[in-house]
Ligand binder design. Structure first.
Ligand code: NVA
Length: 327
């Protein structure tokens, strides 16, 4: 078995790279998924991220790798395949359920080939596993242009199944799936079909419309979760299996900085933490109040830098993808 939840002791993980990160050419997928809140397309940045962003992000990723390896955790890195977006967030690309390795049918056109960067790593995994690469056509009719300027409308239609792997959180036989701009309802149905009757996929709707679930909910260990109080007011908004979990409410992250003119996420990227075992959580070094709150609940926090997390749209959970966790 490779891995089946977000908290078992981590044994092998992919850590992304910032090299070549860029905002791709503006097409209907990028316009609706990432920038429906921006009125004037001229305000949308494009092209390569500034060199300083790449350099600082890579420095912090190297620091993360050094830390993980010192814990005895095997680390793999993406191969430098051609891409139009980035290889910074492997969490968005692949997800594992026991022995099933899934390459997600990503919602953005520019990201369709990213997971090829992990093929040589997947090929070298030991033991038996199934490997499915999901594709999508991403025709114009998959994207609802009317969502631009309308915060109540999601970017994706139900024309075909698409989702980013980071719309998903795994809790053994329960799988939580955020319906949002980066994953539609058909995506949840496809996932349920692939996982079979043993697992249940629980769609979560109406709590966060933009990209990915992991600045809204973090599953820290069996029965304990970190929640974003600006998006979730009450556990009754969550699927039944989560309603009796203990809740740690994330503190206000404060003014999380980003490179001027380049911002790929909200300040809540600060709660994009990574559990490396049921007790130990990696927290961005500026988030001392979050660390204090977790420690008050019995967690050990490791504070490390991820200074471009907000600029690039990912902190420790996003910049990694679990391969193996010890069950
Ligand atoms: N899109 C999310 C970040 C995901 C890690 C946010 O802006 O809060």
């Amino acid at each position: 078995m490779l891995s089946r939840n977000e908290w078992d002791p981590l044994r092998h993980v992919i850590v992304g790279r910032a090299d070549g990160a860029r905002i791709p050419r503006l097409d209907i997928s990028l316009r609706t998924i990432n920038y429906s809140h921006v009125q004037d397309p001229a305000d949308i940045p494009r092209g390569p991220y500034p060199a300083e962003v790449i350099q600082q992000a890579n420095q912090d990723l190297e620091g993360l790798v050094t830390f993980l390896e010192a814990q005895g955790i095997q680390v793999s890195r993406p191969n430098p395949v051609p891409h139009d977006y980035y290889l910074y967030c492997p969490r968005d690309n692949i997800v594992i359920f026991d022995d099933l390795v899934l390459e997600s049918p990503m919602a953005l056109r520019a990201r369709r080939y990213e997971s090829l960067a992990f093929h040589s790593t997947i090929q070298q995994l030991e033991g038996d596993f199934r490997w499915i690469r999901l594709e999508a056509r991403r025709q114009d009719s998959l994207y609802d242009a009317a969502c631009v300027g309308d915060a109540d409308r999601l970017a994706l239609t139900e024309q075909e199944a698409v989702f980013d792997a980071a719309n998903i959180l795994r809790a053994n036989d329960d799988v939580f799936y955020l319906v949002s701009n980066s994953g539609n309802r058909r995506g949840a149905e496809l996932l349920q079909e692939l996982l079979g009757s043993r697992r249940r996929v629980w769609p979560i709707e109406g709590i966060y419309s933009y990209m990915h679930i992991d600045s809204t909910i973090a599953l820290l260990r069996e029965g304990v979760m970190l929640l974003n109080p600006s998006r979730i007011k009450d556990v009754s908004q969550l699927p039944p299996p989560l309603r009796n979990w203990d809740v740690i409410w994330a503190p206000d992250p404060g003014a999380v900085p980003h490179y001027p003119g380049w911002c790929n996420s909200s300040a809540w990227v600060a709660m994009n933490v990574l559990s490396i075992d049921p007790r130990t959580v990696l927290v961005e070094q500026s988030q001392t109040e979050l660390a204090r709150r977790l420690e008050a609940q019995g967690f050990d926090c490791v504070l490390l830098p991820m200074r471009q997390a907000r600029t690039l749209g990912g902190s420790f959970h996003c910049v990694t993808a679990d391969l193996r966790r010890q069950a």
